[in-house]
Design a protein around this ligand. Structure first.
Ligand code: SF4
Ligand code: SF4
Length: 166
């Protein structure tokens, strides 16, 4: 499987060993992002990195394993139960005092992560990046997208970024 190297800048301690061992100069860039066009996927940088900041990732990921309709139905059911649990925890957080508020918010966040995992397993992509948020916010006011149902766009923003409405 053809791969290329990526560097996690948060883990990088900038000792530059990857620069010394890379045979193509792919790691030596102005912005610290490994140059994918020069990388031959040899893995020398990842082996040399003392901070384990470099990983080799495939150019193409294999397709998700097919699942039977029964499994997908069960995943939907579990995903909905996690969404209900998250809502219940958020309602309790609103009604709770200081200590309980943090606990309930933590439980809600945990249920949300579990629910998101379940829905990904069921085949849904959950677009929660900043780019998605900016895109949705832009099309709310863009006349080119006037025929899109504004209520649905607003609801998507509420569901994907609940912290915005706090
Ligand atoms: S070897 Fe690892 S820690 Fe050192 S500069 Fe390269 S990525 Fe950063
Ligand atoms: S995998 Fe090899 S070619 Fe690619 S950046 Fe690392 S050392 Fe350089």
């Amino acid at each position: 499987m053809k791969r290329y190297a990526v560097r996690n800048l948060r883990m990088c301690t900038k000792d530059c060993l990857c620069l010394f061992v890379c045979p193509t100069g792919a790691t030596d860039t102005e912005n610290s992002v490994i140059d994918k066009t020069k990388c031959i996927g040899c893995g020398a940088c990842a082996d040399a990195c003392p901070a384990k900041a470099i990983s080799l990732v495939p150019y193409a990921y294999p397709p998700q394993q097919p699942k039977t309709p029964q499994v997908i139905t069960a995943l939907h059911y579990l995903g909905r139960s996690k969404a209900s649990a998250e809502s219940a925890a958020l309602r309790l957080a609103e009604a709770a005092g200081d200590g309980m508020y943090r606990l309930m918010k933590g439980i809600a966040a945990s249920e949300r992560i579990l629910g998101a995992d379940l829905m990904r397993e069921a085949g849904y992509m959950l677009p929660q990046s900043e780019n998605t948020r900016a895109f949705l916010q832009n099309i709310q006011h863009d006349p080119d997208y006037a025929d899109l149902p504004a209520d649905t766009v607003n609801r998507l923003l509420e569901l994907l970024y609940p912290d915005d409405t706090e």
